[in-house]
Design a protein around this ligand. Structure first.
Ligand code: PRX
Length: 649
């Protein structure tokens, strides 16, 4: 971490928004930001009450915030609202009814465009299919799909009838899907026969069949036909979406949902092995997604907005589905890989659809840099006016490349810090206001009272590295961990009483700008995806040839961090390429390809303290190839350390 602090301290470049950008921006003055931020912190009830008032309520709320049962917040108490009506119905009576809601491109090049009116119709019919299977308010429905319009429809259809959606990223394995279905006790799964990825079919239905095996409580698997590969069929449980569509009509009134009713669960990794089902509420979440989309992306009615994330992650929930649609935006959605059929695919899409606001991840930016500027230069990117990043800190070189090559030096860049748990963007520049510094997420959004504290909760001075904290509740904050109140309190609220602990290190510079310094727990960030080291370790030790494993992250130029596993094989098993492949395959099956170690180091033993704790800091230094600064005097067996250090000899 100290290297990174050094690194960012040398960053002196400043990028104020241009006059041209400011002229049309929603918010363009420092004073405006300061005033609004102050009000949002000092008088959150009137600030958020006003913002929430812009949404279409079925029944108005009586109280903005009830924090009396902290850390369980209640926002917009007594109100009734429906998320799909916020995203769709409200636009039908306006000039937006014929506006494009989703402009979709499949990886093979097929396209589909849906206006708000068309999307509304499709969502109502989709919702009626769910109803016809007896799915109702409060039921949990797993969604495991490729990035096709039906994925957005499935999410909105659940919201329409008040079913709680639990989207599982299509790259996860059958085992990971099964764990999530079980934890949420989902009664149905919405999937597709397959999806396209790098010219190949991802056979999703096959994974679902394995994932739901033996789970009698899953009474329905609804399958969208996408890739037309052969699939196995259970005539009781499985139904084709295109067949079911013929039997339903397009009338489906939105279910009135209480503000605090659960809208969705989304699983994320923590420092222990078991993924956490993060619980989000209906109204607070929507207010957060709605307002951040409007202000962070400076959304205007003419914009064509593209967030390249997958709906399987929180970024896709908040910034492909709920935030942009609540604002009546035109959203581009793309199914496939960024380099299929060629490394300029994203830029071709930007040019074709005249994308004006583009939001992606630093790891993707680094991949584009590696693939070469020629793929960018072939395309006309003059429609772009604003760029964003999310998922990890962006290194200044990548920031500068993004600014110059993609933004043509005219587009502000919003480096947005947030989490599955925060629900919406929490620390970010506002593009018409903030002078950006490459690598800094800059300042808190409205309602976010962010501070850098030490372990005891003391606020640190300028440029002192510490722990990020949020000191007040905000509308889109998580409402819990599904079925685990204790873990919710312990993980997020026990470090300092009343304050939220996100698990990230940070420092505030002399201008009050925040620099995020990465996770401080056992979570690794690979390509912007959060993975728990324990989760990968338990996958490894569940293999018969492994007795012990320790997993750490090491810096990686492309993916931010890469997984390094130190593995002790069982007696009589020797390290071999074959074992290496078997372990990689095993992790793939247990979690998904994204969790496969970049490197496996076999070792007779792991370095431990005398009390038996694995010395992870030490392993991190060894994996990164740096001299350790850790005190090794408590190590139990020095020979182990010597062997690991000489690994490359
Ligand atoms: O460590 C931070 C990092 O990603 C974590 C949240 O991961 P997840 O819940 O999967 O959500 C990712 C998309 C919102 C954070 O705790 N992170 C996210 N954005 C940034 C970031 N780190 C630095 N800068 C960012 N802009």
């Amino acid at each position: 971490m100290s290297d990174r602090i050094e690194n960012v301290l040398h960053e002196n470049r400043r990028f104020p928004p241009s006059d041209a950008f400011r002229a049309d921006a929603r918010l363009s003055s420092e004073d405006g930001y300061a005033r609004m931020h102050r009000e949002s912190i000092e008088d959150p009830e009137s600030f958020w009450g006003r913002v929430a008032g812009e949404l279409p309520w079925i029944q108005p709320f009586d109280k903005v915030l009830d924090w009396s049962e902290a850390p369980r917040a209640k926002w917009f108490v007594g109100g009734k609202i429906n998320a799909s009506a916020v995203c769709l119905d409200q636009h039908l009576e306006s000039i937006r009814s014929g506006k494009r809601a989703i402009v979709w491109e499949g990886e093979p090049g097929d396209t589909r465009t849906l206006t708000y009116t068309e999307l509304h119709t499709e969502v109502c019919r989709f919702a009626n299919i769910l109803k016809s299977r007896g799915i109702k308010k409060g039921d949990r429905v797993a969604i495991y799909m490729p990035m096709i319009p039906e994925l957005a429809m499935a999410v909105l259809a659940c919201a329409r009838i008040g079913a709680i959606h639990s989207v599982v990223f299509g790259g996860f394995s059958a085992q990971a899907l099964s764990d999530r279905i079980e934890d949420g006790e989902c009664c149905a799964v919405i999937t597709a026969d397959g999806g396209w990825r790098r010219g190949k079919i991802l056979e999703l239905k096959k994974e679902v069949d394995a994932g739901v095996a033996g789970k009698d409580y899953v009474h329905t698997v609804l399958v969208v036909r996408r890739t037309e590969n052969d699939v196995d069929w259970d005539h009781e449980r499985d139904i084709w979406y295109h067949e079911a569509l013929l039997k339903v009509d397009a009338e489906c009134p939105p279910e009135p949902m209480d503000s605090e009713d659960v809208l969705f669960l989304l699983y994320t990794s923590g420092s222990t092995g078991k993924p956490k089902g993060i619980v989000h509420s209906t109204a607070g979440y929507l207010v957060g997604a709605y307002m951040t989309t409007q202000f962070v992306f400076d959304l205007q009615d003419e914009d064509v907005y593209w967030c390249t994330a997958d709906v399987g992650w929180i970024t896709g929930h908040s910034y492909i589905v709920y935030g942009p649609l609540a604002n009546g935006a035109t959203c581009v959605m793309y199914e496939g890989a960024p380099n299929t059929p060629h490394p300029g695919r994203f830029w071709e899409i930007v040019q074709r659809h005249e994308v004006s606001v583009f939001y992606t991840a630093p790891t993707a930016i680094r991949a584009f840099m590696k693939w070469g500027d020629e793929h960018v230069e072939k395309h006309d990117l003059s429609s772009l006016r604003l760029l964003g990043t999310v998922g990890e800190s962006i290194n200044p070189e990548a920031w500068m490349w993004y600014h110059q090559k993609i933004g043509g030096e005219r587009c502000p860049i919003v480096d947005t810090w947030w989490q599955t748990e925060t629900g919406s963007i929490a620390i970010t520049p506002l593009p018409g206001v903030t002078t950006t510094k490459p690598g800094s997420a800059t300042r808190p959004f409205f309602g976010i009272d962010a501070a850098v504290l030490d372990e005891d909760g003391n606020e640190l001075g300028a440029n002192e590295g510490g722990l990020l904290a949020i000191r007040k509740p905000w509308p889109s904050m998580l409402r819990g961990i599904w079925g685990d109140e204790e873990r919710f309190r312990e993980t997020y609220w026990s470090k300092w009483p009343g304050y939220y602990f996100p698990g990230d290190g940070a420092r505030k510079d002399e201008d009050g700008y925040l620099w995020i310094l990465g996770r401080v727990d056992d979570v690794i960030n690979v390509s912007g995806h959060r993975l728990s080291t324990m989760e990968v370790e338990s996958a490894l030790v569940s293999h018969e040839s492994v007795v012990e494993a320790a997993v750490v992250g090491r810096p990686d130029d492309l993916t931010g961090q890469a997984i390094v596993a130190f593995v002790t094989p069982a007696a009589g098993i020797s390290a071999s390429d074959e074992l290496l492949r078997a372990l990689s395959e095993h992790v793939s099956t247990e979690i998904g390809k994204l969790a496969r170690p970049a490197e496996v180091r076999f070792t007779d033993a792991l370095p431990k303290t005398r009390s038996g704790k694995i010395m992870r800091r030490l392993l991190r230094d060894i994996a990164a190839g740096v001299e350790t600064v850790q005190d090794t005097s408590t190590i139990e067996d020095y020979a182990v350390l010597a062997k690991l250090r000489n690994y490359d000899d």
